[in-house]
Write a protein that binds this ligand. Structure first.
Ligand SMILES: Nc1ncnc2c1ncn2[C@@H]1O[C@H](COP(=O)(O)OP(=O)(O)OP(=O)(O)O)[C@@H](O)[C@H]1O
Ligand SMILES: [Mg+2]
Length: 250
């Protein structure tokens, strides 16, 4: 019998999360982070990039299609994450893909001038990767990219091209998608995104409170928890409770 092989991991550093999947996500793969608005997708992915650069010596690229970089930096500071410092140290690059989309000027260092042209996005990511040696990437969000490609079949192929290219570039990546009950507003099911795994975030209301929780819906190449675990959004980011579970329909 051949000894079983454990594929190399990239720790997210998000408290309580990595132990749900054997120490982190598998290196050089692209994962989908899904959830409704306010579920915590942006915070989860920012924390992944911040921890990469500050704790694991892994630089990152953030393609921001919805929120302006200035507001991302401000929000991050509320968790004590100084993104500007990381950018000045060439540990993080934020590509502003929101300003040109809506026609407002941008003073950012990296601007996506042809928003939602996947080939142009890929060229820009390659150039930045060479400049800062990034091995982590976040696309926040894939939903708005897909919306801007009118043909649904083409949108799906373009997202697949992007996620596969990130893998070929040897980056470990998270792509967010606004998905509720397994579907996005355009009828994309989770299975339409051919990624190596899906982390589903929930923000479910019980009585008069909303409870944050998450599950690893799919992760190829590793055993993982198949439970729904609660998490808190604290003043230092997400804290997952790996030994607690949430019951009910999701
Ligand atoms: N500093 C904070 N402390 C506690 N909770 C916070 C803090 N900042 C944000 N939150 C919570 O996180 C939510 C936003 O999370 P996030 O921006 O990651 O959501 P999202 O899934 O990216 O949503 P969208 O799809 O709209 O972009 C807020 O609605 C709020 O409930
Ligand atoms: Mg968001």
């Amino acid at each position: 019998m051949v000894d079983s092989v454990k594929l190399p991991r990239v720790p997210t550093g998000i408290e309580g999360f990595d132990e749900l999947c054997g120490g982190g996500v598998i290196r050089n793969r692209t994962y989908l982070v899904t959830g409704a608005s306010g579920a915590g997708k942006t915070i989860f992915t920012l924390q992944y990039l911040y921890n990469g650069a500050t704790k694991f010596g892994e630089n990152g690229i953030l393609l921001a299609t919805e929120e302006r970089p200035t507001s991302i930096r401000e929000n991050a500071l509320t968790f004590g994450w100084d993104l500007k410092k990381l950018e000045d140290e060439n540990k993080l690059a934020i590509i502003d893909a929101s300003s040109t989309k809506i026609g407002v000027p941008s003073l950012e260092r990296f601007i996506d001038i042809r928003p939602f042209d996947i080939d142009q996005i890929i060229d820009q990511i390659i150039a930045i990767q060479e400049e800062i040696g990034a091995v982590r990437a976040v696309i926040d969000s894939s939903t708005s990219i897909a919306y801007n490609i009118p043909d649904i079949a083409k949108a799906r192929i373009e997202l697949l091209k992007l996620s596969t290219t990130l893998e070929v570039l040897e980056m470990t990546s998270l792509m967010t998608a606004e998905i509720i009950h397994g579907m996005d507003a355009r009828g994309f099911g989770i299975e339409s995104f051919l990624t190596e795994g899906t982390i589903a975030l929930y923000n479910r209301r019980t009585d008069n409170v909303r409870l944050h929780s998450l599950e690893i819906y799919k992760m190829r190449g590793t055993p993982h928890s198949n439970k729904v675990h609660p998490f808190d959004i604290t003043d230092h980011g997400l804290v997952v409770h790996p030994h607690e579970e949430v019951y009910g329909e999701f």
